[in-house]
Design a protein around this ligand. Structure first.
Ligand SMILES: Cc1cc2nc3c(=O)[nH]c(=O)nc-3n(C[C@H](O)[C@H](O)[C@H](O)COP(=O)(O)O)c2cc1C
Length: 451
């Protein structure tokens, strides 16, 4: 039996996740709208044998948004382009259940799955929006309330997966002699009627080489974990503390049997933002350079966009975060709870809070390749992760350093693949191709034609 292996996803976002990364002298301009640049990023991740190249998304921006998301591509369009520039790596993008119709979304991801030869995945989000602005881009007065978003998502995913089974794998017989294009017994109408959605089907595209796109999810709240336990095959989590990460891992995995699933049917990838250099001093210097480029008002405004409406003009970066009244809002619940606990335990200033939240925070992850590899090995072998979402503070350098320096160490330790063993995203993740749910009910085509 092959030894359990680390799975990796690369979060591709402009010049990196650090809010000041675009100001570094070497940072390319217009990175988040440059297709050639994204192709190189995806190819670098593929050189590192990553399972996934990931494109995040949101549906509203404002003056406080992260610079790398102000001017960027629609993710499924970008995935289709990246499919042509790569041949193995899985291609996953975010799309919201709150602001799509299931039919449109099923069609988009099924198309990317075909275009890429079975390498697509959908990061199903309900959209956490602390400002409520997303709703106003979609003819609504406010953002849909948290638990209500998840209730809709539960139905949404059933419709999408049902539509993806509209056609059995051998439905399109295309018999030129008889003039029969498809086998009608292998076409299935969904006829879904629920509380929120009513969808007839069938979808106007069939199943791909891997059957269906892989379902990815990132909700950490109670309803988020319920949805993940029932439907997700990969879960992105972003817990920076080992004990909490382990607790989350156990909590989510222990929910699977209730849905008839085994723990290896869902991979939990923990978000990491390491700063890698040959020496500790160099890594610290890179980190310091980034932090120095952070404008005070930018750091404060970014916190505001992240955590809800606080008038940060009243404060400086040196104000203790405990003095700020953060409202519990309709945004990302798990972030809010984690931040509240962090403030209680560490009593940070707002500058330190920003660093803790976004700046490549975890001290253990600022260092040498061996040090980073040790942290990943510990989290992986001691039950806190099945792999990692690599969210580089600086792109492209951070990804290149990881691929060239950390991955060979993981490979030498037998923790990570030396090459891809299959062609589809399901192959990379060791997930089985889902059976078509309607297949067993069908009459054989020959029986029908003999009539
Ligand atoms: C690695 C990672 C990537 C994420 N990407 C997105 C994204 O692209 N768009 C989005 O709206 N939310 C994204 N999220 C946020 C989640 O969808 C979810 O809103 C969040 O984890 C909190 O969920 P909760 O409200 O269930 O706690 C991401 C989360 C993680 C950990």
């Amino acid at each position: 039996m092959t030894k359990r292996q680390i799975h990796l996803s690369a979060y591709l976002v402009g010049t990196g996740i650090h809010v000041a990364s675009w100001r570094l002298p070497a940072a390319p301009k217009n990175a988040s709208i440059d297709l050639e640049y994204y192709k190189r990023l995806a190819q670098t991740a593929e050189r590192g044998k990553f399972d996934i190249a990931f494109i995040a998304d949101s549906l509203a921006v404002n003056e406080d948004s992260h610079p790398n998301i102000l001017n960027r591509f629609e993710p499924t369009t970008l995935l289709a382009a990246l499919a042509g520039a790569t041949s193995k790596i899985g291609l996953v993008a975010t799309a919201s259940t709150t602001y799509h119709e299931p039919y449109n979304l099923a069609r988009l991801f099924a198309s990317v799955d075909h275009i890429s030869g079975g390498r697509a995945g959908w990061n199903m989000v309900t959209t956490g929006d602390a400002t409520g602005e997303t709703g106003r881009n979609f003819s609504r007065e406010a953002h849909v309330e948290h638990d209500h978003r998840y209730e809709r998502a539960e139905e949404f995913i059933d419709v999408v997966q049902g539509l993806w089974d509209s056609w059995e794998d051998d439905a399109f017989v295309q018999d030129k002699e008889t003039g029969v294009f498809f086998d009608p017994t292998k076409m299935h109408r969904l006829d879904y009627k629920g509380k929120y959605y009513s969808v007839q089907g069938p979808l106007n595209i069939g199943r791909s080489k891997q059957g269906q796109p892989v379902i990815v999810q990132a909700g950490a709240s109670e309803p988020g974990q319920r949805l993940a336990a029932r439907t997700a095959e990969v879960v992105f989590s972003h817990v920076k503390d080992f004990a909490r990460a382990k607790a989350f891992y156990q909590s989510l995995k222990s929910r699977l049997p209730a849905y008839g699933r085994t723990p290896d049917e869902l991979h939990i990838l923990q978000g990491i933002s390491p700063i890698i250099a040959d020496t500790q001093e160099e890594a610290d210097a890179i980190h310091r350079q980034l932090q120095d480029l952070l404008l005070p008002e930018q750091g404060l405004r970014f916190l505001s966009g992240y955590l809800g409406k606080v008038d940060f003009r009243k404060y400086t970066l040196d104000t203790p975060a405990a003095e700020v009244d953060f409202p519990k809002d309709n945004g990302i619940q798990s972030h809010f709870e984690w931040m509240t606990e962090l403030i209680r335990k560490k009593n940070p200033t707002l500058r330190e809070l920003y660093t803790l939240l976004e700046g490549g925070a975890n001290r253990e992850l600022i260092g040498t390749p061996v040090q980073i590899a040790n942290v990943l090995e510990k989290w992986f072998t001691e039950g806190a992760a099945d792999g990692f979402m690599f969210i580089a503070p600086i792109l492209p350098q951070g990804l290149e350093a990881f691929v060239d320096k950390v991955i060979p160490i993981l490979q030498d330790r037998g923790l990570y693949r030396k090459d891809y063993e299959g062609d589809t995203l399901r192959d990379h993740l060791g997930l089985r191709k889902p059976e078509n749910r309607f297949a067993r009910q069908s009459l054989p085509w020959t029986q029908l034609t003999q009539g």
